[in-house]
Design a protein around this ligand. Structure first.
Ligand SMILES: [Zn+2]
Length: 102
């Protein structure tokens, strides 16, 4: 898949899942692989950092079974960005998949 499309899609996926509750790296990789996106750490972590730098996610560390796990939670800004992305996805589906002329 075109890399820029891929990155855009996974960002929306990550925000969508973070909106349901804090997520961590391995969980995101597993969820995305279910949808056929194969995501390595070299793509995942820079993407999470970009979402964090944009103010859409906040990171916190939590000890889980003797290991420190980094959780990412959505912010108000992230929810706004997700809402905006949803509107655009709906438009895109209508036009591209349903071929309604605009
Ligand atoms: Zn998903």
């Amino acid at each position: 898949m075109d890399r820029e499309f891929f990155l855009g899609f996974i960002k929306v996926h990550i925000l969508y899942h973070a909106a349901k509750g804090p997520v961590f790296g391995a969980e995101i990789v597993e969820e995305l692989s279910r949808h056929g996106y194969n995501l390595g750490p070299g793509t995942l972590y820079p993407t999470l950092h970009r979402l964090e730098n944009a103010g859409y996610l906040t990171r916190s560390s939590q000890a889980v079974g003797g290991k420190v796990r980094k959780y990412y939670a959505i912010t108000e800004e992230g929810l706004k960005a997700l809402g905006e992305a949803k509107k655009r996805i709906a438009q895109l589906v209508e036009e591209v998949l349903e071929e309604v002329d605009h």
